[in-house]
Design a binder for this molecule. Structure first.
Ligand SMILES: [Zn+2]
Length: 207
């Protein structure tokens, strides 16, 4: 039904362990696995260094998002500068001696210098807007010129099970705001859209 639930169940059916020597059929499935795996452990994995050969990714390092490079130019307050998290995964896609054309996990350093928090990651994931919600927000912002209060009321009615936080809503609305200066606001398009929404949810009325 919704993407998050689908991704979760797909990942559950795969072997949920990460180890040196694990293989994947391509980079996409490798990255999808690593991202889901990390979230289950309670952190986020991000892409770090990459080595390409003729546009083909041959090696890539994935790190914890606490392992990101901080601005090393700032000389002040060195003592309080956080140490980078040492977690890393090295993955390769060898050109030779790779008859099955696989992507290999070469090395896993499973150490973190901070607490892992699966609940926090799950909470952040749960409040992410779905693609359908983002499409609605885009339309309400760009074509309808609705403010946050109307949008929130609409979203709460249409997606009663989805938590909606003002901060996330404002951030999403502001992403679409710059497009507002195009004055191609087609009134009939807006009213068609509103009619469609009313059919979907009879509790939604436009005053
Ligand atoms: Zn970490």
């Amino acid at each position: 039904m919704d993407d998050i639930a689908l991704n979760k169940s797909t990942a559950e059916t795969e072997t949920a362990t990460l180890y040196g020597g694990k293989t994947f059929s391509n980079w996409e499935s490798c990255e999808a696995f690593l991202s889901e795996w990390a979230k289950k452990q309670g952190f986020r994995m991000i892409k770090d260094r990459v080595f390409r050969e003729k546009n083909i990714v041959r090696r890539r390092t994935f790190i914890c998002d606490h392992g990101r490079n901080y601005d090393s130019n700032s000389s002040k307050d060195t003592a309080s500068k956080k140490l980078k998290c040492p977690f890393l995964v090295n993955v390769s896609y060898p050109k030779t001696k790779n008859p099955r054309d696989l992507v290999f996990v070469n090395k896993v350093v499973e150490n973190h210098n901070h607490a892992l928090n699966r609940e926090m990651i799950e909470f952040e994931e749960s409040k992410k807007f779905t693609k359908e919600m983002i499409d609605d927000i885009r339309f309400m912002t760009v074509s309808c010129k609705f403010g946050a209060t109307s949008q929130r009321r609409f979203l709460e009615n249409k997606y009663p099970l989805h938590p909606i936080y003002s901060k996330d809503l404002y951030a999403t609305i502001s992403k679409f705001r710059p497009m507002q200066n195009s004055l191609s606001n087609d009134a009939s398009q807006v009213s068609n859209w509103l009619d469609q929404q009313k059919e979907l949810d009879s509790r939604w009325y436009v005053a």
